[in-house]
Design a protein around this ligand. Structure first.
Ligand SMILES: *[C@@H]1O[C@H](CO)[C@@H](O)[C@H](O)[C@H]1NC(C)=O
Length: 114
């Protein structure tokens, strides 16, 4: 009996640790959708569509790099602010991206702030 409750307590602790992780939303907790980024491999926001990055609140204030080299992007559903950078570490040449306006450029990383 004691052993069973010990196992349950450990399992609960593991689940709580997972819930504290910034990216994984394994617990189905309330993590509102804040912003979408659609990226393209070339300038103009039309050709070489690379798909959408969907960002939730728990992903704010974390630096991410773009998966593929990008040439342009648009931001939609912008409830938070997206800043894009020239380097991989969210430090160089920050640009705040307006909603639904094509941004040409070969940015390397991005960070959402809510
Ligand atoms: C982005 O690039 C496209 C294609 O080169 C061009 O038509 C468009 O005017 C550019 N947009 C901006 C905001 O510079």
């Amino acid at each position: 009996m004691f052993f069973a409750s010990l196992v349950a307590a450990i399992a609960l602790a593991v689940i709580q640790r997972a819930c504290a992780a910034p990216i994984l939303d394994v617990c189905g907790r309330n993590d509102p959708h804040e912003l979408d980024i659609r990226t393209f491999g070339v300038e103009g926001c039309q050709d070489e569509n690379q798909g959408v990055y969907t960002l939730e609140l728990s992903q704010s204030n974390v630096c991410y790099t773009f998966v593929d080299p990008i040439g342009s992007l648009t931001v939609a559903d912008n409830l938070c602010t997206l800043t894009i950078y020239d380097d991989d570490a969210c430090t160089e040449a920050p640009v705040v991206v307006p909603t639904n306006i094509c941004q040409n450029g070969t940015w390397k990383s991005y960070k959402m702030t809510c």
